[in-house]
Ligand binder design. Structure first.
Ligand SMILES: [Zn+2]
Length: 167
């Protein structure tokens, strides 16, 4: 199961295709919203800067690497990334909130091919999050002790790139 929360969360509204093109999720352990894919931030802004209660409010869309699937994280209280930034699974992209058309703090989590409204895919099937109201654990906590980081070091004019992993 691949959720934006890394821990326990609640499904408060199911995926219903055109009627509701994503899952509404509420973090229990934490309100940090993490990227669920490796990809590039395409959108990180208010849906309507002049009306903060419209649409997704503050939201982030990440286009998955080698794919045209855009992953949306809506209704954020804070955005932690910028357009063009490459993010990896587990990177914090924002904080759950209730901006936009929302009655309580939650994250609208959906996938739209090409970033086009109406081109939604079944986020429940893709993520493994049950399309049923309830509380779930995405199982990420066990891996929180392991931190991987891409590093670049330049020594005497020579640049070294690699991945550091702590266990
Ligand atoms: Zn929703």
């Amino acid at each position: 199961m691949n959720s934006p929360y890394m821990g326990n969360f609640r499904v408060t509204q199911e995926y219903k295709g055109t009627a509701h093109d994503g899952l509404d999720l509420v973090g229990i352990d934490s309100k940090e919203v993490h990227s669920t894919v490796n990809g590039t931030v395409q959108i990180a802004r208010w849906e309507n800067p002049d009306n903060h209660s419209q649409g997704f409010g503050q939201f982030v869309a990440v286009r998955q690497d080698n794919s045209d699937d855009w992953y949306y994280f809506g209704h954020l209280s804070e955005i932690k990334v910028a357009v063009g930034q490459h993010v990896r699974i587990t990177d914090v992209i924002g904080i759950e909130g209730s901006t936009g058309r929302s009655t309580g703090s939650h994250c609208h989590y959906c996938v739209r091919t090409g970033g086009i409204r109406g081109q939604h895919r079944n986020i429940s099937e893709i993520s493994g999050i049950p399309n049923t109201l309830g509380i779930y654990d995405d199982g990420y906590r066990e891996s929180k002790n392991t931190v991987s980081k891409n590093v670049t070091l330049t020594i005497d004019g020579v640049t070294y790139c690699g991945t550091l992993t702590s266990q």
